[in-house]
Design a protein around this ligand. Structure first.
Ligand SMILES: Nc1ncnc2c1ncn2[C@@H]1O[C@H](COP(=O)(O)OP(=O)(O)OP(=O)(O)O)[C@@H](O)[C@H]1O
Ligand SMILES: [Mg+2]
Length: 335
């Protein structure tokens, strides 16, 4: 499950999103003259208006760095397209455009899309609490935070955009208690989804992919509902609902197997919340929630009843553990 299927292999090991191993980390107070730039081996070259501070994460599409905008004094996240992935430029540009076209409080804001030293980068709002993959949240807090992501997905769906890669690493948390959706690198907008050739490649991240995506069919709003269900399941149970040793095993499990009921793994999960998660994970897209609005209402209801928050906190407390949903599959690499 750890080998990258379609993108440069060096990107796989660094997919945790929290300061990739081997990449430099620099304190905010460090210098930024030419000498300092030479001394620090940044994986990218940024324009002089930004002071690079540290690596925030790295994935299939690129490397994300924390930087300070010198003139405005604000912190930004700069996502640089991988050098080895220049053929992904069009998709990267689309990612920037789609995010810019989706002004929503729970979708990361884009500031600019530019080029420096032959590499394209995206400057965006910095979200200061890491990604959801690395967080430990009690069920009620998890649902409260993900509710805004559900709203954000609904907002995108109403504009004809399917995210196609909803997973814990693509949900960012901030220290004010919010959760924001990011990474529209695989998003599908209206025109793109229809009339595609048969036998098209898999697109998405295997562990969080819907059965229809696993079969190579076009993703729809219901596919995002499924992946959101996988994300909820993973964070509630600390297990993936569909597992396997290889990508083919995982995809087979997604298509065939019923997930173990969340309460069998974590009895403290409220029954109503379990029902919501399992409905998201229905194989038949028509049997899932019909819209993000419907899902949001069910989630709200599922935690409005009383349950033992203290028990849940005890059960879910513990050391955050790094998790990797594995590499995702980029369409361009297979077309
Ligand atoms: N705006 C941001 N603020 C803070 N951290 C960020 C931001 N954007 C991304 N990151 C961090 O960088 C990681 C990788 O970002 P992103 O998902 O956009 O890259 P990617 O190359 O498309 O990833 P993948 O192919 O693995 O999905 C995120 O999981 C997160 O930890
Ligand atoms: Mg990502």
């Amino acid at each position: 499950m750890n080998e990258r299927l379609a993108v440069a292999s060096e990107s796989v090991g660094a997919a945790s999103g929290q300061g990739a191993a081997g990449l430099p980390v620099q304190g905010e107070g460090q210098g930024h003259g030419p000498a300092a730039r030479r001394a620090t081996r940044w994986p990218v070259e940024a324009p002089a208006k930004y002071q690079l501070l540290r690596v925030l994460g790295s994935g299939g599409m690129g490397t994300v760095l924390l930087a300070r905008d010198r003139s405005l004094g604000r912190l930004v996240a700069l996502k640089f397209l991988r050098e080895s992935c220049t053929t992904f430029l069009e998709r990267f540009r689309r990612e920037a455009r789609l995010m810019a076209a989706l002004p929503h409080p729970a979708i990361v804001k884009v500031h600019e899309f530019e080029r420096c030293a032959g590499r394209s980068y995206l400057s965006m709002e910095y979200v200061d609490g890491g990604n959801l993959a690395l967080a430990r949240l009690a069920p009620r807090e998890l649902v409260r935070r993900l509710a805004s992501v559900v709203d954000a997905l609904g907002f995108a769906h109403e504009r004809g955009i399917v995210h196609r890669d909803v997973k814990p690493e693509n949900v960012l948390l901030d220290r004010r208690g919010r959760a924001l959706l990011t990474d529209f690198g695989l998003a599908l907008d209206g025109e793109e989804g229809v009339g595609r050739r048969a036998g098209r490649p898999l697109v998405g991240t295997p562990l969080t992919m819907s059965p229809e995506q696993a079969r190579g069919e076009t993703a729809t709003h219901a596919s995002d509902v499924f992946s959101l269900g996988v994300t909820l399941y993973r964070k509630l149970c600390d297990e993936w609902p569909f597992r396997g040793r290889t990508v083919a095993d995982v995809l087979g499990a997604i298509e065939r197997d019923a997930p173990p009921p969340p309460r069998a793994l974590r009895p403290a999960i409220p029954r109503a919340l379990e029902t919501v998660v399992l409905k998201c994970l229905e194989k038949d897209p028509g049997a899932r929630f019909g819209s993000m609005r419907e899902l949001r209402a069910a989630l709200d209801r599922s935690i409005s009843g009383g349950f033992l928050v203290a028990v849940a906190r005890t059960l879910f407390a513990g050391r955050a553990r790094e998790e990797r949903p594995g590499p995702r599959i980029h369409p361009e690499a297979q077309w």
